[in-house]
Design a protein around this ligand. Structure first.
Ligand code: KIV
Length: 272
């Protein structure tokens, strides 16, 4: 197979745009390491997000704030090695893009150069306009993120549903239109009312990817550890768990411990 036809199979930002036009829903999941990325990519996911939720599910922090740019690059480069088809987007971590567009550009370029990812995601609208614009001038695809923006958790104080109030909803819609206008290729809408998310999705030409934002978005994203049931004490209404890997893996570990203690493992055929 030629390099050109291999290339054609990869999901691109242009393909996502076509999917929106064709009313084909976009699937997106997070991954933070090679093995998980390989499983998810092989299953046919459209987009893999190396989310700063790695701070929670991989490092055990309470918020996404502590994760560093170096750590995001480590996760992203591990993911990239496991992916053949999906578009890989990486979160710019807290403190690497807000309020300083040169800093934002440097951070995005480091991610692209050192991990081989295909785009970056930033949280916010008008307040980060300059940062987004400057990253876009370097030819780096940018995904926006509006609604619940976990990097601002200490400003809001809760992870509750956003944009319930008219003023906040109006600002979000303005932000979505602005992000489209300046050149973002898609926007994550997190934890906003479903009817409003559908309205935003219809009001802009680029795809919206929802999490806790209902069925009217152009695609859906979940944190893979939530979908697999590896996380246990996180159960928002929007989460559908497809497995209970926490239980299943514990069962396997308990069986292994039992077999080691009883000298059942390794048996004759499991040794040299
Ligand atoms: O970091 C993350 O996993 C995210 C998703 C929840 C959209 O930003």
């Amino acid at each position: 197979m030629s390099a050109v036809s291999k290339e054609a199979k990869r999901v691109t930002t242009h393909i996502l745009q076509k999917m929106k036009s064709n009313h084909e829903k976009i699937s997106m999941l997070t991954a933070y390491d090679f093995s998980m990325a390989r499983i998810i990519d092989n299953a046919g996911i459209d987009v893999i997000l190396v989310g700063d939720s790695a701070s929670n599910v991989m490092a055990g922090h309470e918020t996404t704030l502590p994760i560093t740019l170096d750590q995001m690059i480590y996760h992203a480069s591990s993911v990239i090695r496991g992916v053949k088809k999906a578009l890989v987007v990486v979160d710019l971590p807290f403190g690497t893009y807000q309020g300083n567009s040169k800093n934002a550009l440097d951070s995005a370029i480091r991610i692209m150069k050192e991990s081989g990812a295909h785009g970056v995601k930033l949280e916010g609208g008008i307040k980060i306009k300059e940062s987004v614009e400057r990253i876009l001038t370097a030819g780096v695809p940018v995904m926006g993120h509006l609604g619940l923006t976990p990097q601002s958790i200490y400003k809001f104080g809760t992870y509750s549903v956003r944009a319930r109030k008219e003023e906040e909803a109006e600002q979000l819609l303005r932000d979505a239109k602005l992000l489209e206008e300046i050149g973002c290729f898609a926007i994550v809408l997190e934890k906003i009312p479903a009817d409003f998310a559908a309205e935003v999705s219809k009001s802009i030409g680029i795809p919206t990817i929802g999490i806790g934002a209902g069925n009217g978005c152009d695609g859906q994203v979940l944190v893979s550890h939530d979908l697999f049931g590896i996380t246990q004490d996180f159960a928002p209404r929007f989460l559908r768990r497809y497995m209970n890997l926490f239980e299943d893996m514990q069962t396997a570990v308990k069986a292994y411990i039992k077999d080691v203690k009883s000298m059942d493992f390794p048996n004759d055929s499991e040794q040299y």
